[in-house]
Design a protein around this ligand. Structure first.
Ligand code: ATP
Length: 595
């Protein structure tokens, strides 16, 4: 995956424009926020002028009544400022939260649609870090930094103009200090950005590592890997800390420098201004007004330097998210998909098909495979480990497209079908059953969330899962741990079979569906599966040949090719690979006949 390389020069804020459509969905709120932003800035800019008039006309004229009325107006101005600022804060933060909620939901929805080939090489921990850490940065940018940037730009421009209007002479001193501050800000800022991006990359890697390790905590402990894992994580976190420390050092130096230059220029202004007041070249009120404007201008400039760093970090985050959103799923529905009939017959044809996984360097895994499976036929696929059996199932589900040749269902090339429609017609019992941290009933109804409770119970009964479910504290409403950790392998497998029973699809794919069951349960579940297979096109992968004896046909695969086909008797008699496998398991096939 192309990720956030620290050397990547992401200085521009352009990636943030990718988020504009999200903002534009809430035009009313954006306009209201801008109005509040401008009002607050303008009111703040009015304040110094009001102070000057109060000093010059009130104190200067020695008129307490005037001073009182000025104070009353000032309180009104402060109230308006308070209202505008709190409305601004609410609207801007609301927009930040809203945009991020929508970006997160869109990125997740997009990720669920990416083909399995993407996940063959992607790190899920790293993607999670983008979904959480990067979106949080964007929230900060939209919620606070963008509004701060706008507010401070308005304030800086307004205060600078007002300074020149108030005293062009003193303005020269303050404005001369600006380049002295800006030049190091740009230099330091670049360093800050580079180091903090690096710190984030290291943290993302560390989170990916932590996610993987904690997800397999039993293996970690079984192999006493605790200290090593902790050490690896600690050193990643330490590297992130070092990078963050360098960024902080640069930022601290920058802050000190900015305060020194700004403070000195203000003192200089005050000094020169005071002598101007003594000499009668300006009034005390004018000096106060100028001073307040220069403090506002300096404060805005300092805030802008800080915000700039945050905005460019957010731009980096937006870019990382855009990268994810720009990945197009390899498997997509065609523009005009051919509809499958309401009750498809379930005929499957592999036509001179070859396939290679990109992630495995395009080495052919299935080669020149031709096979037709009639509707309702039960075909067993056997062969040594790594022969390409599960890959056939993945291709049938259209998780991948063949490199050459075609696969057809009811005569239609899978690439001409909508993948959703295709998958609705296939029930898969995979090798590694995925059970989720939800209730047992929700897990069984995973493919059919609207299923009736009675249908769920019937499916569980058929899959022989009801006896263990009924002994659980809350029966079908019992929550299972994350990834079904609180269930045994056999229990998980029965949940998967119940799922397939509930789905009632015309094509059934069983990949080692009973491998985790004890002999007795296997026989019972097998009976349930026999019933389920009735009238359905079924492909069965099984290492235990006892499971495949009842198949209408057995296909033997080796190194991605079909090497034999026939019934158990025919293949045992042929003396090929199947006979060898059967011999190893049954001893001359004698016991096989007994099964
Ligand atoms: N997602 C993947 N990315 C890259 N290579 C893969 C992927 N899945 C499987 N392979 C490779 O493809 C080959 C066939 O794997 P497959 O799982 O289809 O074999 P199998 O016959 O089902 O094996 P088993 O009986 O052990 O399940 C193997 O060499 C495997 O390493």
């Amino acid at each position: 995956m192309t990720t956030n390389a620290p050397s990547d020069p992401r200085r521009s804020l352009r990636p943030l424009s990718r988020l504009l459509p999200y903002l534009l969905k809430h035009k009313g709120m954006v306009l209201a926020a801008l109005a509040a932003l401008f009002s607050a800035a303008i009111i703040t800019l009015i304040l110094p002028a009001a102070v000057r008039r109060m000093i010059d006309s009130g104190f200067g004229a020695d008129d307490p009544a005037l001073v009182n009325s000025y104070f009353a107006v000032l309180i009104g101005v402060v109230c308006a400022l308070a209202c505008a600022s709190s409305v601004r804060y609410f609207l801007v933060m609301w927009l930040g939260e809203r945009v991020v909620a929508e970006v997160r939901a869109d990125v997740f929805a997009h990720m669920t649609r990416l083909s399995p080939s993407f996940y063959d090489s992607a790190k899920s921990g790293e993607i999670l870090s983008r979904l959480t850490a990067d979106t949080t940065q964007i929230k900060a940018a939209f919620g606070a930094s963008a509004s701060l940037a706008m507010r401070n730009t308005i304030m800086f421009t307004g205060a600078s103009v007002m300074m020149v209007v108030t005293s062009p002479r003193l303005s020269v001193i303050v404005l001369a200090a600006i380049p002295i501050i800006l030049i190091p800000i740009i230099g330091f800022g670049r360093k800050v950005r580079k180091r903090s991006r690096f710190a984030q990359d290291m943290l993302a890697d560390a989170s990916a590592y932590a996610g993987e390790m904690l997800g397999s905590v039993r293996t970690l402990q079984a192999f006493t890997h605790e200290s090593r894992s902790s050490g690896i994580y600690r050193s990643a976190v330490e590297t992130a800390f070092t990078a963050a420390r360098q960024a902080i050092t640069a930022r601290a130096a920058l802050t000190g420098f900015a305060i020194l230059v700004i403070g000195s220029s203000i003192v200089a202004v005050l000094w020169i201004g005071a002598s101007d007041v003594f000499a009668g070249r300006m009034t005390g009120g004018e000096l106060s007004q100028f001073l307040l404007y220069s403090i506002l201008a300096a404060g805005s400039l300092a805030a802008l330097s800080e915000v700039w760093g945050e905005l460019s970090q957010a731009a980096g985050a937006a870019e990382r998210l855009s990268e994810l959103l720009e990945i197009t799923p390899e498997i997509r529905a065609p523009l005009n998909p051919i509809p499958l009939p309401d009750t498809p017959r379930g005929e499957i044809r592999f036509e001179d098909m070859s396939f290679a996984y990109q992630a495995a360097g395009n080495l052919p895994v299935v080669q020149d495979l031709t096979l037709t499976i009639a509707p309702g036929e039960k075909v067993a696929v056997v062969g040594p480990s790594g022969a390409g059996k599960s890959t056939l199932f993945s291709l049938l589900m259209r998780f991948y497209d063949p490199t050459s040749g075609a696969i057809r269902m009811n005569g239609v090339d899978l690439r001409d079908l909508d993948p959703d429609a295709l998958r609705r017609n296939i029930a898969l019992v995979p090798q590694d059953t995925a059970v989720f941290g939800a209730s047992i009933a929700e897990n069984i109804a995973y493919g059919l969330p609207d299923a009736k409770r009675q249908d769920i119970i019937n499916a569980a009964t058929a899959a022989l899962a009801s006896p263990f479910i009924e002994t659980m504290t809350n029966g079908y409403d019992t929550l299972v741990g994350e990834r079904g950790i609180t269930l045994s392998g056999g229990q998980r497998q029965r949940i998967a079979i119940a799922r397939a029973v509930l789905k009632q699809a015309p094509v059934l794919l069983l990949d080692e569906a009973t491998s985790a069951l004890d002999a007795e349960s296997e026989q019972l579940v097998q009976r349930a599966l026999d019933q389920l297979m009735e009238g359905r096109t079924t492909l069965i992968i099984a290492h235990r040949l006892a499971t495949v004896l009842k198949a209408d046909r057995i296909v033997v695969m080796d190194e991605g090719r079909i090497v034999e086909t026939g019934t158990h008797q025919q293949l045992s008699a042929a003396g090929g690979l199947y006979a060898k496998l059967a011999d190893l398991q049954f001893g001359n096939g004698k016991e096989a006949k007994a099964v």
